[in-house]
Design a binder for this molecule. Sequence first.
Ligand SMILES: Nc1ncnc2c1ncn2[C@@H]1O[C@H](COP(=O)(O)OP(=O)(O)OP(=O)(O)O)[C@@H](O)[C@H]1O
Ligand SMILES: [Mg+2]
Length: 455
Amino acid sequence: MNDASAAVFVVDDDVSVREAVQGLIRSANLRVETFASGRELLDRCRDEVPGCLVLDVNLPGLSGLDLQQELASADVRAPVIFITGRSDIWTSVRAMKSGALDFLTKPLDSDALLSAIRQGIGRSPKLGAARSTAPRTPSEQMVGDSPAFRAVIDRVAMVAPTDSTVLILGETGTGKERVARAIHARSHRSARPMVSVNCAAIQPSLIASELFGHERGAFTGAVRRHLGRFELAEGGTIFLDEIGDLPAETQIALLRVLQEREFERVGGNEPIHADVRVIAATHRDLRSAIAEGSFRADLFYRLNVFPIHVPPLRERSSDIPLLVEHFLRAHTSKLGREVRGPDEKTLEMMRTHSWPGNVRELQNLVERWVVWGSSDVSIQESGFASEGAQAANEDGEQAPDGAVNLRKYIETVERRLIGSAMTAAGGNRSEAARRLGLSRGAFLERLRKYAVKTA
Ligand SMILES: Nc1ncnc2c1ncn2[C@@H]1O[C@H](COP(=O)(O)OP(=O)(O)OP(=O)(O)O)[C@@H](O)[C@H]1O
Ligand SMILES: [Mg+2]
């Protein structure tokens, strides 16, 4: 039995409840120990961290909620289920906000309690893994071995166990979200949710309500209370993606959360405490956004506590073979097909390609190989080659002394980048524009200028 080693610890001052709960847990083939007081439990937890805790809220001396805090400060990170004799709404709100897994009232419903316990054991950090840096699922794995990428991995390991705010910077497709997931997965918050918000994808007028929630009647259409992403991320991590696109009013509200760890729902005036770790990311250059007046400097400094810069793929081309292997494995197992990896010539072309769409572009390329069943076809299809060497030699644009005609050179490179971005974006112009960090208008203008064929 997989979870047989994870014990359930139960604390209740009422012996009849202890016995009933103990019998129930045993009947489910789980190991259980009971305690009459919080002190006894704390002593026991010095030797063994349980897989799940069932705590009575109204204990004499140290209450269940205080006990939970003591456990947290002793770094005992087991999922907690509260049980109580009184269905007191405020206690239950406090309990749920404290990050408890469930809150059940007596007389206890055996099925509900057992299902909560099983869920708790499933979520509990496995022995010894609570503080380890090993990835738990493939989506948290960070593939790469170049010195530049190793530096990213080191910074992730350094900041993950803390509660510090992290700002992830890097071009589109470099893996910023992946880095955010890796940090959350390696943090003590990993059993709680990581809630993502793409600030660029939400209508500016709705962002505040998305982030902070709203009260019923806060605005036309607010027919019921709505919990925002900060409340949904309670005890966990909020990932504010594309933070550079946050509208000015929301920047002020976010600044307040970062300073005071408090916010109010839209249309509400009750301050809500936020126990949430903030990770923000952007492909924009925030310093120039500050200079242009579109991003608040004070917010930048609050976010920039621990910056992590994810380098573009062209600056870590030694990661390419590893990434190719990783994506080949992922896609072939998904599609159940075998595909031969790229030959030396193709790999060399890949090493010198500029990868405007970075890792995502590489991932899409490998996916196409798998779909087409060969790595040869799509290399030509995606039309990339070393922009540097080739561009300079095209159409005799090389000056007699070997220097390069700069305008022509730039145009050639631009044409190639636009073609590659279109390929990587699967022909979607808005997406291609975004990948290159261009407005749609600027992108379309270039697309016409270079008459790039669209799919
Ligand atoms: N080091 C890596 N190892 C494995 N997969 C990676 C790695 N880096 C990125 N990826 C994959 O590449 C794709 C793009 O990564 P991700 O979405 O994290 O990039 P991003 O920087 O957030 O991009 P954008 O700026 O466009 O939002 C994802 O599918 C991700 O899983
Ligand atoms: Mg992203």
